[in-house]
Design a protein around this ligand. Structure first.
Ligand code: NAP
Length: 285
């Protein structure tokens, strides 16, 4: 496993396990436990996924079974938009996440979207960080203009920005902004999030064949090689293992460029952050 340095001095593993759309709590606990058994040390959940309890149970079970220690794990959760209306509401929501997870502290906690009063919510995040409840704090879906303004204004610069990053939405400009402020980029939907059907793409398949790897492994390796943390999700054990096994090959510069050439720009994104209906939906209006 390779790691990146956070601005807190801690390190983040470059491959983690995401649990968006795993609503069944028993299934979620089982797949997170399997992922940790396979070797994953980063797990990514969120208040909005409604499965923090299951992630916490899997983590406690893995530690009790001697698979790893709490210190070796890197557990991330996120503050949802409707809990970001003011400092007190955000502070209560942070504590509620910690209670549901029940693993002592969180290694990283993110503002899920740049919506509602995300500055007030950040002040509560900063307090929880300074109190040691959250070992690092970061943001998600902060586009370059928003991230720039945020980093210039807040006291604690976010450690991570988790955004949509895959070959159909490469966001090089966003990566440049994050590098400028020392914010580690983390890719959601690194396999395309169930869209685009990358697994049938002839070009991707040819590159995968050259290396004796799968298309999924090539897509994850592409992001990792450009300095991006990936958090693929799967509920299938063989895929969970496959997605972790990306350290024994290297893509050439030409292959990296060929993969990036699939970029569709903003039309390639799944989330519609610039659309008023999406904003109102997140705010619960
Ligand atoms: N911050 C945000 O706003 C945000 C938004 C979305 C996601 N996320 C985070 O990012 C994580 C990953 O994103 P995501 O779940 O949307 O998408 P993803 O990981 O890109 O793709 C998941 C999909 O790919 C399939 N899959 C996984 N491994 C595969 C493989 N090796 N071969 C073929 N298909 C494979 C999965 O199916 P099976 O499960 O059936 O295997 C699932 O349908 C989430 O779980 C969540 O933690 C964050």
């Amino acid at each position: 496993m390779e790691y990146l340095n956070l601005n807190t001095g801690a390190q983040i593993p470059m491959v983690g396990f995401g649990v968006f759309r795993v609503p069944d709590l028993q299934e979620c606990e089982n797949v997170v436990y399997e992922a940790i058994r396979i070797g994953y040390r980063l797990v990514d959940t969120a208040t909005a996924y409604k499965n923090e309890e299951a992630v916490g149970a899997a983590v406690r079970r893995a530690i009790a079974d001697g698979i790893c220690t709490r210190e070796e794990l890197f557990v991330t959760s996120k503050l949802w938009v409707t809990d970001m209306s003011d400092e007190e509401t955000a502070a209560r929501a942070i504590d509620a996440s910690l209670d549901r997870l029940d693993i002592g502290y969180l290694d990283l906690y993110l503002e899920h979207q740049a919506l509602n009063d995300y500055f007030a919510a950040w002040r509560s995040m900063q307090r929880a960080y300074k109190a040691g409840k959250l070992r690092a704090i970061g943001v998600s879906n902060f586009y370059p203009n928003i991230l720039t303004n945020f980093c210039e204004v807040v006291d604690v610069v976010p450690a991570v920005n988790q955004v949509e990053l895959h070959p159909y939405y490469t966001q090089e400009g966003a990566l440049e902004t994050m590098a400028h402020y020392g914010v580690v980029p983390e890719a959601w939907a690194p396999l395309g999030g169930g869209r685009y059907n990358p697994f049938e793409d002839e070009g991707f398949r040819a590159i995968a064949e050259v290396h004796g790897k799968t298309v999924g492994q090539v897509l994850l390796r592409w992001n990792v090689q450009r300095g991006v943390v990936v958090i693929p999700k799967s509920t299938h054990v063989e895929r969970i293992a496959e997605n972790f096994d990306i350290w024994d090959f290297e893509l050439t510069d030409a292959e990296m460029a060929a993969i990036s050439s699939h970029n569709m720009g903003y039309t390639g994104t799944r989330a519609k952050h610039f659309e008023p209906d999406f904003v109102r939906m997140c705010l619960g209006k």
